[in-house]
Design a protein around this ligand. Structure first.
Ligand SMILES: Nc1ncnc2c1ncn2[C@@H]1O[C@H](COP(=O)(O)OP(=O)(O)O)[C@@H](O)[C@H]1O
Ligand SMILES: [Mg+2]
Length: 156
């Protein structure tokens, strides 16, 4: 199931932060968000903005999970941020146990997660960034993520 897509122009970092602030209140425990798009398109920047919008204290850093593959952040609800770019296949992804983090009530935000949608538990809000011009397409792959898309569409 693929819901209709929303498209946002993100000409400035401020526009990206504003979109994160609009999305944050629509999110619930255990939601899955996939960030895709080329290197430098703003996946990690968006993840940082979303953590701030979910109430992460300014003193807490949000490093890129490029080397340490998963970071846990004490946002509300709590959020785990992963980057699967360096992984070579489903067996390695399975080992990370990311679906269990969702079972624990954590929002799961995954850069380069699209090939592993089902392993991550499915029903994903897919955020696809593009460069030149900077844009974000938002769609859902299931019932819960479709509701988030509708909520965001109603606000924007
Ligand atoms: N509108 C925008 N939204 C997000 N990032 C932007 C924007 N304009 C410029 N940037 C810059 O682009 C870079 C995006 O890098 P990053 O988030 O690490 O990308 P990725 O994780 O997709 O490889 C950052 O240096 C950020 O400051
Ligand atoms: Mg990144």
């Amino acid at each position: 199931m693929q819901t209709p897509e929303l498209i946002f122009d993100l000409p400035t970092r401020r526009a990206t932060q504003r979109l994160a602030q609009q999305l944050a209140p629509l999110l619930e425990a255990s939601d899955l968000l996939i960030l895709s798009g080329p290197l430098g398109s703003g996946k990690t920047f968006f993840a940082r903005a979303l953590c701030r919008a979910l109430g992460l204290a300014p003193s807490e850093r949000v490093p890129s999970p490029t080397f340490i593959l998963v970071h846990e952040h004490e946002t509300t609800p709590p959020l785990s941020h992963a980057d699967l770019y360096r992984l070579s296949g489903p067996a390695q992804v399975q080992q990370l146990g990311l679906d269990a983090q969702r079972d624990d009530g954590r929002i799961l935000l995954v850069e380069w997660g699209e090939p592993y949608l089902e392993l991550l538990g499915g029903d994903a809000l897919v955020l696809t960034l593009s460069l030149d011009p900077r844009k974000m397409a938002v769609s859902g792959t299931g019932r819960r993520s479709a509701a988030i898309v509708r909520g965001l569409g109603a606000k924007t």
